[in-house]
Design a protein around this ligand. Structure first.
Ligand SMILES: [Fe+2]
Length: 308
């Protein structure tokens, strides 16, 4: 049996305070499509350029934040091997049978990592009814709406002991780390981790409180679409955090803002192509302002303070 690969973060379940208002944001402003509703009232969504059943589930709760992120792996063999390796790494692994809780998804394994976040892995998921065309395909079937998000792209998570989380992503999930930021004592302040050619699928910032999320990033086509998203943030009176700007880290073009439930969202375009054999890019903590917000080269206080 060959040890396989993680493909990408394929599903996030996000807690929202006002389901109706927040759903209006995700569909009419961000541009996701509703796939359906679960029997317990959660809403499944996907971006127009995603093939799989759904990538975002919204759950009404008293507190905003992230329930979990699930990573798709390349085969059932890989799934079983990674579950065993996760157990061997020291995390308690819980099996979730197919088609329970997330319609369309095969068996998932769930576990909590050092930062306090719940990670899941799965290999099988049904294709969406409204996925991209595959035979002599047009660029889209229905004209993308609003910010025209193409896919759920990445997450930035805050929690303790990110060094262990980084090791877990490398050793068990088979990912690599294109970019890191170190404190003066050499300890990790942040790391950017990927399973393929995106500069990051997931990133961590060291933070005393466990299980926090800084943002979910959605991919837009280009800088022009980032400008369109900025217009929509203004027109819809959404609260802006920062942007449009560019990150030197990952080189992505970006806006951070808050959806109506108070979860930070990023719309993101560009970014370099990451290869596992490229040398790692290393930032000193003293340079993190320039790394994050290249044009102003100044850290904004909310970056290290406001998380859900
Ligand atoms: Fe991001």
């Amino acid at each position: 049996m060959e040890y396989g690969k993680t493909l990408r973060p394929g599903l996030v379940q996000i807690r929202v305070l006002d389901l109706e208002k927040t759903l209006d944001f995700y569909t009419n402003i961000l541009g996701l499509d509703i796939v359906g509703q679960t029997s317990d009232g959660r809403v499944m969504l996907k971006a127009y350029d995603e093939f799989d059943h759904h990538s975002v589930t919204l759950r009404k709760a008293d507190e905003a934040g992230l329930d979990y992120v699930a990573f798709k792996v390349d085969s059932r063999d890989t799934l079983e091997l990674m579950a065993r390796q996760t157990l061997g790494f020291g995390y308690r692994v819980h099996e979730i049978p197919a088609n329970t809780e997330q319609p369309g998804f095969g068996k998932r394994y769930s576990f909590k990592i050092s930062t306090g976040h719940v990670f899941q892995i799965y290999s099988d998921v049904e294709l969406a009814e409204k996925g991209p065309q595959i035979i002599n395909p047009d660029i889209w079937s229905e004209q993308p709406r609003g910010m025209k998000a193409q896919r759920m792209d990445h997450l930035l998570l805050y929690g303790p002991n990110i060094a262990e989380a980084e090791t877990f992503c490398k050793w068990v999930l088979g990912m690599f780390v294109p970019e890191v930021c170190n404190n003066p004592d050499g300890s990790r302040l942040a790391s950017w981790i990927t399973s393929a050619n995106k500069p990051h699928d997931i990133a961590f910032v060291e933070f005393p409180e466990p299980g926090k999320i800084h943002h979910v990033g959605f991919y837009l086509n280009d800088w022009h679409d980032i400008g369109n998203a900025a217009d929509l943030i203004a027109i819809n009176r959404l609260e802006l955090d920062i942007g449009p700007t560019r990150h030197a880290i990952t080189r992505g073009q970006s806006i951070y803002f808050w959806e109506p439930s108070g979860n930070r969202v990023e719309v993101y375009a560009g970014g370099y192509t990451a290869y596992p054999d490229n040398p790692q890019r290393v930032w000193d903590a003293s340079e993190i302002g320039r790394g994050l917000f290249y044009y102003s080269a100044e850290l904004i206080p909310s970056f290290f303070e406001n998380v859900t």
